[in-house]
Ligand binder design. Sequence first.
Ligand code: SF4
Ligand code: SF4
Length: 127
Amino acid sequence: MLAESAVKCVHSYPVCGYCRICFGYFGPEPAEINEGAENQLCPTGAIDRKLIEEPYYEYHIDEKLCNGCGKCVKGCNAFGNGSLHLQVRHDRCLNCNECSIAAACPSDAFRRVPADQPYLLKRADRR
Ligand code: SF4
Ligand code: SF4
């Protein structure tokens, strides 16, 4: 058993709506709209926020810190475009071919993909 989850959050930049308040990054009632730890939704501080130009920010996931909890994904799906999503990262996958993560998914949402195309990022035409 791996200590670190093989599931990580990934951000698909082309699908991001650059929402004025990113509910993948901020908690439901942030005291302030800034990078203060108390305002962030992510329990491990795995999301970096970088200003592109007012009021647009880009979000980058530090995979070493991400534990795959899915909180940011839930927020982005509820109020944004769903550009934050979870993905099994192949550098963590043991290729056991009995994926317990896929088996536990209640909506059968996991798809097997060819090993030479392990990462299929969300696109506007393929969500
Ligand atoms: S909520 Fe999702 S779509 Fe909106 S800015 Fe955040 S990451 Fe982008
Ligand atoms: S999945 Fe959880 S730990 Fe990973 S970036 Fe999102 S909120 Fe943070």
